[in-house]
Structure formats: C-alpha cells, structure tokens
Design a protein around this ligand. Structure first.
Ligand code: SF4
Length: 198
C-alpha cells in the first residue's frame, strides 16, 4: 500500500502559510503580534460582538446626545474639539473593538466587529480564505472579523445594514473622529430638512 498522501489526507496549505514559509528567516519578531496580547483583544472584541444589540441601542442614544451637543461643538469649533474627542474615541473604541481609527466607522453595519482588523482590510465581506473553524487565513488564532461581523449583525435590530456596500477606505480620514463627523453630518442634514420644510 502506498504512503503517498491522498487528496483527503494531505495537509491543507493556505496561501498565507506558503508565503510565510518562503519568507526569509530573521531574529526580528514584531512586538505587535504577541499572541497573548492579541488573545486579550479578541476576548473584549468578541464580547462586543456578542452584545451587538445592546451596543447598537447604546450607540444610538450616544449619537443622539452628541447631536444635541451640536451647538456646543459649533461654539468651540469642530476643529478644536477634534483632538480631545479623537483621544477619547481611540481609548474607548480601541479597548472595545480594537479600533484602528479609520475615521469612517462602520461598526453599526458590521455587527460591532471592526473590519479594519482584517489583515486584508476588506470592508465588504470575507475573502475566500476563512478556515473551517471560522478563523482567519493570515492569523490562524484570530476569529475572522467577517464571520464575527455576520454573527453580530444578526443580533442587531437593523440586521440588514451589513448588506450595504461600503466605499473604499478614505485614507485621508485616518486618525480623525468618526463621532464628530457623524454628528456634523446629521446636524447638516437636520438643518437642510428644516429649510426644505420652511
Ligand atoms: S471601522 Fe474604523 S472607526 Fe470603526 S472601529 Fe473600525 S477602525 Fe475604528
């Protein structure tokens, strides 16, 4: 009987594993990829996805409060408010969602799973490399952000928002506040509709 591996028994090599195997071996290992650090992030990130419905409602109330404060933001100037608000946004969303501060948040559409954590930074669904256990092709110990996004989105009231096609990331908005941008847009829309009605 031959020992040649059959199609079923041969180990499945992913594209990422092949690229990694071919990469030159060096002593350098970036600190940012410590498995224990990532594991901690995953736990909180996964909690956020499990509680997507609660966070959806909480965010709606929070966005309403920010919109109520529009005259205040206007008074101090959105530009001046940007730095402190961005700081707070980074701390809060960094802890809860492992936010990468893309500046154009889509958490409300993606079940509270941040798509910027996808190593390929896909904004409209998973690549073809999701593992059978639902983990990422590139980072085998990380749950695929898009598998999580679908699970989280199905717990939300607006469970069809995930079907909306997202625009490519506008890199010029990185490190800016989504909270302030959404507030300013909502305020402008509210004023425009008031003018139309008058
Ligand atoms: S979508 Fe952008 S702003 Fe929202 S959590 Fe992810 S990186 Fe942060």
């Amino acid at each position: 009987m031959s020992d040649t591996p059959t199609k079923e028994t041969a180990p499945k090599l992913t594209q990422a594993a092949i690229v990694r195997a071919k990469a030159p071996k060096t002593a350098f290992k970036p600190a940012d990829v410590s498995p224990s650090r990532r594991q901690r992030s995953y736990s909180i990130r996964l909690w956020s996805v499990r509680n997507a419905r609660f966070l959806e409602g909480f965010y709606k109330r929070f966005a309403g409060l920010f919109l109520t404060l529009h005259p205040f933001w206007n008074w101090i100037g959105y530009g001046r408010a940007e730095r402190p608000v961005t700081f707070v946004e980074r701390q809060v969303k960094g802890l809860m969602f492992d936010c990468r501060m893309c500046g154009q948040c889509v958490l409300s559409s993606t079940g509270m799973s941040c798509p910027m954590n996808c190593p390929k930074q896909l904004r409209n669904g998973p690549c073809g490399g999701v593992r059978a256990n639902g983990n990422c092709e590139v980072e085998p110990d990380m749950p695929c952000v898009w598998v999580q996004a679908w699970a989280g989105s199905q717990r939300m009231r607006d469970n069809e928002a995930i079907l909306k096609v997202q625009k490519p990331v506008d890199q010029s908005l990185r490190e800016t506040s989504s909270w302030l941008r959404v507030t300013a847009q909502a305020a402008a829309e509210r004023e425009a509709s008031k003018e139309e009605a008058a």
